[in-house]
Design a binder for this molecule. Structure first.
Ligand code: TYD
Length: 138
């Protein structure tokens, strides 16, 4: 599955910690958009979509949350709880975010601006398209 756990360099000194993220360096694409989720309601599960082209890096900069990934063939659960760890998610991966701690802030760096036409929000359609594409490649 085309995802990658990233471990960012921590610049720590007697004043505290700092993490710097640059496009094409720590982030493996040009960053066109940044957004974040906070005050997520307890027990809430969100996401439920894949992207046709968009690539993203998720960083839980405060608190913790879990990420469910599905590429149409296998599934993976990841736990984000460190402000210096990132999760790169390529396009065509279904994602759901859940188990947010009440203090969680989930930061997302994205390779493009918001475009609703890039979303696949129907899981069955996602499975059909993903498996269809793979079959066409063979
Ligand atoms: P939504 O896509 O439902 O969030 P998620 O799939 O991550 O659970 O987004 C919630 C709302 O925010 C929706 O009205 C669209 C809007 N939105 C933007 O305006 N710009 C953005 O970059 C994103 C991610 C969402």
């Amino acid at each position: 599955m085309n995802y990658k756990q990233l471990n960012f360099q921590r610049h720590g000194d007697d004043r505290g910690m700092l993490v710097a993220l640059e496009e094409s360096k720590e982030i493996p694409f040009l960053v066109k958009r940044v957004y974040y989720m906070y005050d997520t309601v307890e027990g809430c599960r969100r996401g439920y979509h894949a992207h046709k082209k968009l690539k993203q890096v998720l960083v839980c900069v405060h608190g913790s949350c879990k990420i469910h990934l599905d590429d149409g063939y296998s599934q993976k659960e990841l736990f984000l709880c460190k402000p210096y760890e990132g999760l790169y998610i390529s396009s065509n991966i279904w994602r759901e975010m859940y188990d947010f701690s009440s203090d969680a802030v989930l930061l997302v760096l994205a390779s493009d601006v918001y475009d609703e036409t890039d979303y696949v929000r129907d899981y069955q359609k996602f499975i059909t398209t993903t498996r269809g594409n793979k079959n066409n490649e063979n």
